[in-house]
Design a protein around this ligand. Structure first.
Ligand SMILES: [Zn+2]
Length: 346
């Protein structure tokens, strides 16, 4: 079968790889129908993250179960499924707590495991990892594309909102206009936020944030954006959703947080350790910093219910669709910021 393989910064190739097969009795093999390229894939694509030549890529799998090991109970061949970016057993202390990204037996797609940017994957710990999509969604491409972001970006945006303590009637600030930031806007609205202030570097993406329910848009030109937010909120917001993970966006989140406020942060930190975190700002503001890798698996059932009910649709985050052969072009388009997020229909 064919899959995307990393060969060095800027060099993703589609090539023949061994067909996945059941290795452990808890495995399933999933034939991929939909996957995507994630903003976080750009870190290794740009050489900003250690990644070995020959490693597979992609961590957002959706498809059809082809085979299951003899201990798998929750899915069967033919089932339509999706999976979060984290693999989890569903049974350990942390999985039972809803913190599947800390699963004692967990793992993450790609690297030395199969990557979702390919024709099929071996899915370890299938009972914990795979989530069935109701049969009536089959063939409904619009619905499938609305469900698909639950594999990562929608659950991650939701985690930012939950971690920041967003609830009915609050004012919140979303830092970042990437796919996660846009999903965080959706999530904050879904949780009842009254005012959602979106801060970003791209006017076209901020327009998308507006379509997702942002009430105020702040175009960050390098300076002044934080002051603008502090002024419009008369002192900052109680709930700040940091959706990038860069030192600058963490700094922005701390600046626009109201004393006593909470920052939900979900972007993998890059350069934050090197450039420093404003711990004095956190300290003197009595700010709470909460978050981490989103336990997307824990959020899937509730978010799926809303997508199926037609009240949640994150699919507009995709602005480019490619087939498997188009994956290298998809990376390039995202790297050059010609695309916000690329959907891959395998
Ligand atoms: Zn676990």
């Amino acid at each position: 079968m064919q899959a995307a393989v990393f060969h060095g910064p800027g060099d993703i190739r589609i090539e023949n790889v061994p067909d996945p097969r059941i290795q452990d009795p808890t495995d399933a093999v999933v034939r991929i129908t939909h996957t995507a390229i994630c903003g976080s894939d750009l870190w290794f694509y740009r050489g900003q993250q250690e990644y070995q030549e020959g490693w597979r890529t992609g961590h957002e799998p959706m498809g059809v179960v082809e085979a299951v090991g003899n201990e798998v109970r929750h899915v069967k061949p033919g089932d339509l499924v999706l999976a979060p970016f984290a693999i989890s057993d569903g049974t350990c202390e942390f999985c039972r707590k809803g913190l599947q990204t800390s699963c004692l037996h967990g793992n993450f797609w790609a690297r030395d495991l199969d990557g979702a940017q390919g024709e099929a994957v071996r899915a370890p710990l299938a009972d914990g990892t795979l989530v069935r999509i109701p049969e009536h969604a089959r063939g409904d491409e619009k619905l499938l594309e609305a469900l698909f972001p639950l594999t990562d970006v929608m659950g991650t945006g939701h985690h930012a909102a939950v971690s920041a303590g967003v609830k009915e009637g609050v004012t919140c600030v979303v830092v970042g206009d990437g796919a996660v930031g846009l999903c965080a806007v959706l999530a904050a609205k879904r949780l009842g936020a009254e005012r959602v202030i979106a801060i970003g570097h791209h006017e076209d993406r901020l327009e998308k944030a507006k379509a997702f329910g942002a009430t105020d848009l702040i175009f960050d030109r390098g300076e002044g954006a934080a002051d603008e937010v502090i002024e419009m909120t008369r002192g900052g917001a109680d709930h700040v959703l940091e959706c990038v993970g860069a030192a600058s966006s963490m700094g922005m989140a701390i600046r626009v947080a109201r004393p006593g406020g909470t920052i939900g942060y979900v972007g993998v930190p890059h350069g934050v350790v090197e450039k420093g975190l404003d711990i004095m700002g956190l300290f003197f503001g009595n700010l709470t910093l909460r978050g981490g890798p989103a336990p997307v698996r824990a959020y899937m059932p509730a978010l799926m219910e809303d997508v199926l009910a037609g009240t949640l649709d994150p699919s507009p985050v995709f602005d480019m669709t490619v087939d498997l052969a188009g994956v290298p072009d998809g990376y390039a388009a995202m790297d050059e910021r010609k695309a916000l997020k690329v959907l891959v229909r395998v």
